[in-house]
Design a protein. Structure first.
Lengths: 208, 245, 485
């Protein structure tokens, strides 16, 4: 074919350097604001994005859970400093709150959850993704119909390259996962359905 | 600029589309070129080459190579994108490491697909005052489009015809289902591919379907004739001849 | 699924699987292709206008989304780089495999090698038997289709539940996936409605949301009661010993999170040297696969549940499948191993558009299927497929890692001739043609005879009747010699 490939066939072309991000849809464009891009991309895949300040984060979590009509809620340990305030805010809102680590071994309880609240290891601006890890809980973001995720502004990296090429993943543990919006399928005649196996509602609180 | 041009009519034109060769010669002469048909050429070898039969492909192509490699630098014009692609790109592979390789490389440098050749000097064509009031859909042949990368050239040529309106086809770049031996090997699939294309052509509402490859035209016109499509089919050369009449 | 009572019912509130969920044992593609021809298989799809329209619409949509996705980026440069990474990984595959195994084992992953399909089945069935696995949930894996894993496990008395919505339908219907990304591209909503209503024992609402909800409920139960999760893998990362996996529904995540054992069956060619290579390959896989910027879920799995982690499998096994792959290394068809299974070549293929995935007879359809099937299954079984294309080149133009599919298809046609697999009639025809047309005189004579013959058969310049020797052509098409009115 006349479409000349850049490397000859049957030879080892060597591995390209990867110091810089490639020019791909999964990277930030020059001059773009990471937080704005994150919000745009996340909303494009039906994530609810809300910007909150640090002081208001815990109550925003409770409000997000109430808006989703949640009753039984589990919170993941990777909320860090916010763990206690979130627990308090949820309790004051009358929600039944447990630690995800306590619920996870009991599958029936885990399956009956209305919502989970997690933090994240990072978020990717260019793809609107949050990154959770084994420390968050593998199923923590998927087991319930609603997932509320708290993302600190300083956790937002520019693009996919910054995530996989940097030191961010050093703390990943046994696994990491990017997730971008609610679970979806288009298997039946290409009709888009949200909330297939994972949550149908994903609410990100961006702490700025 | 007028010059000496060799016209390689190709085997398909020799058997079923002689008018295409005649029309190509007519148009080139109208432009003032000194046209000489290549004598002694047979086939470029593509049907066998594309079926994996390199030996007979080489034997046949070698005869054509002897006829084309005439010691001149005159352009060799073909009214077929597919054959041009074979000569220009695949002969190198077919004759690789053989005594004919050098001659094949010389010929590869000289061959030009007709509409690409005409697009070198659109002003000369326009100066002849071609005119035809007609709505045209253009079918890109796969080999012209994706091997020779000739997308604009045939459109440039059509744009010189006064009164001609080029209407984009949604399926314009999709294969017509000919595929050489494929059309006989899998006739039902091949015909279904043609039908999907023809349905688009019919729905677009054009008067003429135009292409620059006799293979695609054989397939599309053959099916349209069988199914009674109201759209007429023309090779670029034939359309130009009509427009110059 | 068999009728065995699911275990741990008490734990999940005593809900058994919905009635009627006993799917017929299905036999994915390992039976011989030699029984049927491409033409016969294609005919089935040609006879279903809905199916053809659905395939055309879906593939057009995906190609359009792909083009929009990469607009304004250096798409070709990205593809060049991806090609380079894949070429490097494949030419150095033994080294990277060794590295991957070392790193994976260091992270607690148990690694197994399967030389062929039978060994893969044996390993997975053995793992399940040793660990008392009664139910398996599966996320979509083409490698498991290659080895017909489901029927092997079902034969060993294990419940196997496909959890990808499309694959679930395929399993319940005893069908096969028809597209590498969209398994039930060939099925209508009506057919899914009928199937699920029969399973539910009631008439479910005929809308995708309700139908998906029905499947979700039963599948959630399966997730909670499964002992093992079996997945495929999109990439192996040599640098870290990880397996990367993309899904949209979340079933891949649950499959690798909830059951106590995770088994990934992955072809050895899925290798990437470094994690950073994901920044190049992932956007191409998702963009070319579905037009998405990124799939909803991308999991990168590096071992079983770690210390202090709240959930996750106690064991992670990776079965590395050769299955004809290593035989291609260093040879003429090595580039077929560069494929990342995005399905874009299927989406643009004008032949696939008409015939659908099943016509290719085995696991992979479209141009890459026409290449991989004879390479993995042998010329005698799949060699015909290299001719099931018009060599239009659309696949070359769309491939995210620039596999020269056109050249590979042509190479396979040549091999078919070299190995004498081509039919005798075809060999004789080209031989005769070569003898006649290698001399200008006999060429002129033969074309003159052909012209004269056609002139006799023609009426007003059109041959509309059967032409001896061209019957297959003229059955559906005229030969237009003159100018049609």
């Amino acid at each position: 074919m006349a479409a000349v490939a850049s490397t000859p066939r049957g030879h080892d072309p060597g591995l390209p350097d990867r110091a810089a991000a490639p020019d791909a849809p999964t990277e930030l464009r020059a001059g773009e604001s990471p937080l704005d891009r994150f919000q745009t991309e996340a909303e494009a895949v039906s994530t609810i994005v809300e910007r909150v300040d640090a002081a208001g984060a815990a109550s925003a979590v409770a409000a997000a859970l109430e808006a989703a009509g949640a009753g039984a809620v589990a919170i993941a340990a990777d909320l860090g400093d916010l763990l206690e305030p979130v627990r308090e805010a949820c309790r004051s809102a009358g929600l039944q709150v447990d630690d995800y680590a306590d619920v996870a071994p009991e599958r029936a309880r885990a399956a009956a959850l209305d919502a989970t609240v997690t933090g994240c290891l990072a978020a990717v601006a260019a793809t609107g993704s949050i990154v959770t890890t084994g420390a968050t809980g593998r199923a923590a973001a998927l087991i319930a119909p609603t997932h509320v995720c708290v993302v600190r502004a300083d956790q937002v990296v520019d693009g996919l390259h910054a995530l996989v090429d940097g030191d961010v993943l050093a703390a990943a543990g046994s696994m990491f996962a990017l997730q971008s919006g609610p679970s979806r399928s288009a298997d039946i005649e290409k009709t888009l359905i949200l909330g297939v196996h994972g949550p149908g509602r994903v609410h990100v609180l961006l702490v700025v | 600029m007028t010059r000496r041009v060799r016209l390689f009519t190709t085997c398909l034109a020799d058997v079923v589309a002689r008018r295409t060769a005649d029309d190509a010669e007519h148009v080139l002469r109208a432009l003032g070129h000194d046209v000489e048909r290549v004598h002694g050429a047979t086939c470029c070898g593509q049907p066998a080459f594309n079926s994996g039969f390199d030996e007979p492909a080489r034997a046949v192509a070698a005869a054509t190579l002897r006829a084309l490699d005439d010691g001149t630098d005159d352009p060799i014009v073909l009214p077929s994108g597919s054959c041009t692609s074979m000569l220009r790109l695949h002969w190198r592979e077919l004759f690789h490491g053989r005594p004919e390789a050098e001659g094949a490389a010389r010929v590869a440098r000289r061959v030009r697909e007709l509409s690409a050749f005409l697009a070198d000097d659109p002003a000369a064509l326009r100066a002849l005052g071609p005119r035809l009031d007609v709505r045209v859909g253009y079918h890109d042949s796969c080999h012209m489009l994706r091997e020779l990368r000739l997308r604009e050239e045939p459109r440039t040529v059509l744009a010189q015809v006064e009164g001609l309106e080029l209407v984009p086809l949604a399926s314009g770049e999709r294969c017509c289902g000919f595929g050489g031996t494929f059309s006989g090997r899998y006739p039902e699939v091949s015909t279904a591919m043609a039908d999907s294309k023809i349905a688009d052509v019919d729905a677009t509402g054009v008067d003429l379907l135009v292409s620059a490859d006799p293979g695609c035209l054989l397939q599309l016109e053959g099916r349209m004739s069988r199914t009674g499509s109201p759209v007429r089919v023309r090779h670029v050369a034939s359309l130009l001849r009509e427009a110059l009449a | 699924m068999s009728a065995t009572t699911p275990r741990e019912d008490a734990e999940v509130g005593g809900r058994p699987l919905p009635p009627g969920w006993a799917a017929p044992a299905h036999q994915p593609g390992a039976d011989s292709l030699a029984d049927t021809t491409f033409e016969e298989r294609a005919r089935e799809n040609l006879a279903r206008p809905f199916q053809r329209t659905a395939i055309a619409n879906a593939t057009d949509h995906t190609v359009f989304a792909l083009q929009r996705r990469f607009a304004g980026t250096a798409h070709d440069a990205l593809r060049d780089e991806a090609r380079r990474i894949r070429a490097h990984a494949i030419t150095n595959l033994p080294t990277y495999l060794e590295q991957w195994v070392d790193r994976a084992e260091a992270r607690g992953t148990q690694v197994h090698f399967a030389a062929d399909e039978a060994e893969a089945r044996r390993i997975v069935a053995g793992l399940c038997a040793e660990r008392g696995v009664g139910r398996v949930v599966k996320s979509k894996s083409m490698a498991s289709e290659e080895v017909s894993l489901n029927s092997a496990l079902e034969g060993a008395g294990i419940d196997v539940v496909e959890t990808d919505l499309g694959e679930f339908v395929v399993q319940a219907m005893g069908d096969r996936p028809s597209h590498v990304i969209a398994p039930i591209l060939h099925r209508t909503q009506g057919e899914v409605h009928e199937l699920f209503s029969a399973m539910a024992g009631e008439d479910l609402p005929d809308d995708p949301e309700a139908l998906t909800g029905f499947a979700r409920e039963g599948l959630r139960h399966a997730f909670l009661t499964a002992d093992a999760g079996i997945s495929g893998g999109n990439f192996l990362i040599a640098e870290t010993g990880e397996v990367a996996m993309v899904t949209n529904e979340g079933n891949g995540r649950l499959t690798t999170s909830l059951p106590r054992i995770h088994i990934a069956l992955v072809g050895i060619e899925k290798m990437l040297p470094r994690r950073t290579d994901l920044a190049v390959l992932l956007p191409l896989l998702t963009g070319h696969g579905t037009g998405q910027q990124i799939t909803t879920y991308v999991s990168v799995l590096g071992g079983p549940r770690g210390a202090g982690e709240p959930d996750g499998p106690e064991e992670m096994h990776v079965v590395l499948l050769d299955g004809g792959r290593s035989a291609l290394l260093g040879g003429e068809f090595e580039e077929a191993l560069h494929c990342i299974r995005c399905g874009a070549c299927q989406n643009v293929c004008p032949v696939y558009r008409q015939v659908g995935g099943h016509a290719y007879g085995w696991v992979y359809g479209g141009p890459i299927g026409a290449v991989l099937t004879p390479l993995f299954r042998g010329q005698a079984d799949g060699g015909e497929l290299s001719h099931a294309t018009t060599l239009c080149g659309a696949c070359d133009d769309i491939c995210p890692v620039r596999i020269p599919l056109h050249d590979l298809l042509l190479g396979l046609r040549r091999r078919r001739v070299a190995e004498d697999v081509a039919p005798l009639s075809e060999r004789l025809a080209f031989r005769a043609w070569g003898l006649a047309w290698r001399h200008p005189a006999t060429y002129r004579a033969s074309t003159a005879v052909a012209r004269a013959g056609l002139a006799v058969l023609a009426r007003d310049g059109v041959v509309s009747r059967r032409v001896p020797g061209l019957a297959r052509w003229t059955a559906t098409r005229d030969l237009v010699l003159g100018r049609r009115r």
